[in-house]
Design a protein around this ligand. Structure first.
Ligand SMILES: *[C@@H]1O[C@H](CO)[C@@H](O)[C@H](O)[C@H]1NC(C)=O
Ligand SMILES: *[C@@H]1O[C@H](CO)[C@@H](O)[C@H](O)[C@H]1NC(C)=O
Ligand SMILES: *[C@@H]1O[C@H](CO)[C@@H](O)[C@H](O)[C@H]1NC(C)=O
Ligand SMILES: *[C@@H]1O[C@H](CO)[C@@H](O)[C@H](O)[C@H]1NC(C)=O
Ligand SMILES: *[C@@H]1O[C@H](CO)[C@@H](O)[C@H](O)[C@H]1NC(C)=O
Ligand SMILES: *[C@@H]1O[C@H](CO)[C@@H](O)[C@H](O)[C@H]1NC(C)=O
Ligand SMILES: *[C@@H]1O[C@H](CO)[C@@H](O)[C@H](O)[C@H]1NC(C)=O
Ligand SMILES: *[C@@H]1O[C@H](CO)[C@@H](O)[C@H](O)[C@H]1NC(C)=O
Length: 334
């Protein structure tokens, strides 16, 4: 055999192999051609089998865990313009998110619950705003909105808890959408305990001045004063027109009024008007032989536009303040 013929044979064998490969490829292509849809379907099924659980099982799980692990801190709250069955409510919240995941939270209906029983009904619900990229420390403002009181007894208990406690906790619960930029919206349940400082019985209340007027005003006011109130909470609370009964050792000596009382966070001065039953007061001074009367302020009453606000009135019934009034001094001013 010559080198040429060997080369030729090799060439032919190679050619044969190639053509066999070619025909196999052709066969494959034909089969593929006929069954392309099957392969395509398989491909789609495999992709879906991998992707769907990620989107609809793993991702919502991650989202839910992030939602569960995050906490809310309320940094300010306003409750104003009360009516007998609604208030205007708004607050600022800071999200504490310990995860790296920064979801966008869609608006939802957040309901407030007392925590002492698992099946307490909600006392109010508020529409939350959208929060884009809720990273750790993100602040968001739930705008002031009129909120119906959905359960008066529960709301009254809430108001009493806020008044009487140094610190108290309520639950905020709801169900809303959550997403990241690349993945679809998923629904999560929110169940957050929110701890707030309470008014602690408003016990830091003091009288700065108190003077009787020269002439009694048409509404009966015969004394005016200035009181100092310390509000230890982050809440701005509008209590309407507040009246408090003034008494000394159980004997009524008058009524004090704090018109349009708005408790703002921190220390503040408020004007006080009073109708003092002067003959009774003087009688007690003479009896005690002491011009300084320890006056109890209690049995409060809250009204707005002449309408009683029942939940604040119930709360004010629990308020028990005391102030010393020097009756001779009060009368010297007149
Ligand atoms: C989140 O922020 C708070 C203060 O705003 C900080 O104390 C906390 O360590 C932060 N957590 C993470 C995981 O960054
Ligand atoms: C908000 O949720 C509460 C409690 O589930 C419900 O009573 C109320 O009707 C809801 N409000 C809206 C506007 O969906
Ligand atoms: C509150 O109640 C009033 C009357 O019952 C109703 O018209 C109004 O839509 C309610 N508001 C909300 C936010 O549910
Ligand atoms: C909220 O507080 C209550 C009572 O202390 C507790 O039973 C509940 O597990 C807490 N919920 C959350 C979400 O922390
Ligand atoms: C308060 O009134 C009661 C009788 O109602 C009397 O016994 C008591 O001594 C009075 N206390 C003072 C400090 O006046
Ligand atoms: C509450 O205030 C209203 C209006 O000022 C008054 O008519 C009513 O007698 C007060 N009630 C009490 C218990 O003080
Ligand atoms: C509070 O009382 C004053 C005097 O009676 C009245 O002019 C005012 O409108 C009342 N304010 C509210 C919020 O009802
Ligand atoms: C009360 O009357 C006296 C004298 O008649 C006067 O000096 C004083 O300014 C009056 N006080 C007020 C608060 O009007």
């Amino acid at each position: 055999m010559t080198h040429e013929s060997i080369a030729h044979e090799k060439d032919e064998a190679a050619h044969h192999e190639v053509s066999e490969q070619k025909s196999q490829k052709g066969k494959l292509r034909r089969i593929c051609g006929r069954f392309w849809w099957l392969y395509f379907l398989l491909f789609v099924i495999i992709v879906l089998a991998v992707v769907l659980p990620i989107i609809y099982v793993a991702y919502p799980k991650v989202a839910r865990r992030a939602a569960d692990r995050s906490t809310l801190q309320v940094t300010s709250m306003t409750i104003q313009n009360p009516t007998p069955d609604s208030v205007e409510l708004g607050f600022t919240q800071v999200v504490n998110n310990p995860t790296k995941y920064e979801p966008t939270l869609y608006p939802f209906n957040a309901s407030f619950y007392m925590l002492d029983n698992a099946d307490n009904p909600p006392f109010a619900s508020i529409r939350t705003p959208k929060i884009t990229k809720a990273a750790n420390g993100t602040e968001s403002e739930v705008p002031l909105q009129r909120v119906n009181i959905t359960h008066m007894d529960e709301f009254t208990r809430y108001v009493l808890l806020a008044l009487g406690s140094e610190e108290f906790t309520v639950a905020l619960r709801g169900h809303g959408g959550l997403s990241t930029s690349s993945l679809p919206k998923t629904n999560v349940n929110y169940d957050k305990n929110i701890t707030l400082k309470g008014f602690d019985g408003l016990k830091n209340f003091g009288l700065l001045s108190f003077n009787t007027l020269n002439t009694t005003e048409p509404d009966g006011t015969n004394a005016v004063g200035v009181a100092a109130i310390f509000n230890p909470t982050v809440m701005t609370l509008n209590l309407g027109n507040v009246t408090l009964a003034m008494s000394v050792n159980g004997t009524d000596i008058g009524v004090a009024t704090l018109n349009n009382l708005v408790l703002v966070p921190g220390l503040q001065q408020v004007d006080l008007r009073a109708e003092v039953y002067q003959l009774v007061a003087v009688g007690i001074v003479l009896e005690r032989q002491n011009p300084v009367l320890p006056v109890d302020l209690k049995g409060g009453n809250s009204t707005v536009d002449g309408q009683q606000i029942p939940y604040y009135t119930t709360m004010l019934q629990e308020v028990a303040l005391q102030m010393d009034i020097d009756v001779t001094k009060a009368m010297e001013g007149s």
